[in-house]
Design a protein around this ligand. Structure first.
Ligand SMILES: Nc1nc2c(ncn2[C@@H]2O[C@H](COP(=O)(O)OP(=O)(O)OP(=O)(O)O)[C@@H](O)[C@H]2O)c(=O)[nH]1
Length: 349
């Protein structure tokens, strides 16, 4: 690997696996390394950017955090990622390391391929692709296909060329990995973790190293400096989409949808969270996150749901002059009844 090139680490993993949490942790233990962050999320609310800017790490100032908001990074590589990268490389003070967080629905393959573009290739190399896995979700069978349901859907619609979109994406993200972080080990026991290891290993032909973590606590020395140069090995990491559409027909995210719900103040946050759990379960919402305006409280409540597991905590005071409000982004499969979910949430405030 050419030592002059700036190393870039790609961090991927399904919705809510713990990517942002791991990056936040990384920023606080990366020593003197100046890090630039490029982050991309699915849904129009910019929650990850807020969380990362709020961590105040000296080696990564607000200026060094760039949000790509025009859709999933894998589909906007040419229009969004390449120009952003070019601008970053033109800066007088170049970073020591670049970290890219993909959206939870992104295929990492097109992003890695972009590092072979002439202007990028001479200046940057992919240090490694790190795939974060929600071990508890794997243990609960969330990525295991319901094969009967898939077959039933296929027999009704012969044009379906996909297995379950969630299962495929999960496998594509694993297939691209140089390092797999089995995160959320606090939520499962040792035997469960053994089964998760076996399942993850069975879903990729490659044999990337797997490590375990809770709350994304992995030393920077392990995450940064893998020195792989992954862009030279993309031929071995093809996604389902690439294997099925050798003609280069575009990938899309039609199987998934997101929308934002805006509400007024919430008087009873505990009751609100319990009611949200029921809505999430009833409608198979995959991910819900955002901020809640709790009546009479000077602090903003951050809310993070992955399936029906909800974390919530007061993250910072509402700033003077800042418009208070409850804003949540909801992500689910395309079939999710958006109108019903929206109405049910709006009825809670
Ligand atoms: N119990 C537990 N919760 C975790 C762990 N890691 C992350 N979380 C929680 O899981 C939720 C999602 O974490 P994020 O870091 O936002 O996940 P993400 O992969 O960035 O999510 P998206 O960007 O939406 O795909 C948050 O509530 C985290 O606090 C862990 O190891 N254990």
């Amino acid at each position: 690997m050419n030592q002059q090139k700036i190393p870039a680490t790609v961090i991927t993993g399904f919705l809510g696996a713990g990517k942002t949490t791991m990056i936040r942790n990384l920023l606080t233990n990366a020593g003197g390394k100046k890090i630039a962050l490029i982050i991309n999320e699915f849904g129009d609310l910019g929650v990850d950017g807020e969380v990362l800017k709020g961590c105040g790490a000296e080696n990564c100032s607000e200026d060094d955090i760039i949000e790509l908001t025009n859709g999933c990074i894998c589909c906007t590589v040419a229009d969004d990622f390449i120009p952003t990268m070019t601008k970053l490389l033109e800066r007088e003070q170049r970073p020591d390391h670049i970290v890219i967080e993909t959206s939870g629905l992104a295929l990492p393959q097109p992003l890695v391929a972009a590092f072979n573009w002439p202007d990028i290739r001479t200046q940057v190399t992919v240090d490694g692709v790190i795939t974060v896995v929600d071990s508890a979700a794997v243990a609960a069978g969330r990525f295991a296909d319901d094969h009967d349901a898939v077959e039933a859907a296929r027999s009704e619609d012969q044009s379906l060329d996909h297995e379950s979109p969630i299962e495929e994406l999960f496998e594509d993200q694993l297939t691209c990995a140089d390092l797999i972080v089995l995160n959320k080990t606090d939520l499962i026991d040792v035997a469960g973790l053994g089964r998760v290891r076996d399942e993850v290993a069975a879903r990729t032909q490659r044999k990337p190293v797997m490590i375990e973590a809770k709350n994304g606590e992995v030393p920077a020395g392990i995450l940064l400096g893998l020195g792989i140069g992954t862009e030279d090995d993309i031929a071995n990491r093809k996604s389902h989409h690439e294997l099925e559409h050798e003609d280069g027909s575009p990938h899309d995210h039609d199987e998934f949808d997101s929308f934002v719900v805006e509400l007024g103040p919430v008087a009873d946050p505990a009751g609100f969270v319990e009611a949200l759990k029921s809505i999430i379960s009833a409608h198979d919402v995959l991910r819900l996150k955002g901020f809640v305006d709790v009546s009479g409280k000077p602090m903003r409540l951050q809310l993070q749901a992955v399936g029906s597991r909800i974390d919530h905590y007061f993250d910072r005071a509402w700033a003077p002059g800042e418009k208070r409000g409850t804003r949540l982004v909801v992500i689910g499969l395309h079939e999710m009844d958006q109108g019903a979910v929206k109405a049910a949430i709006e009825a809670l405030a």
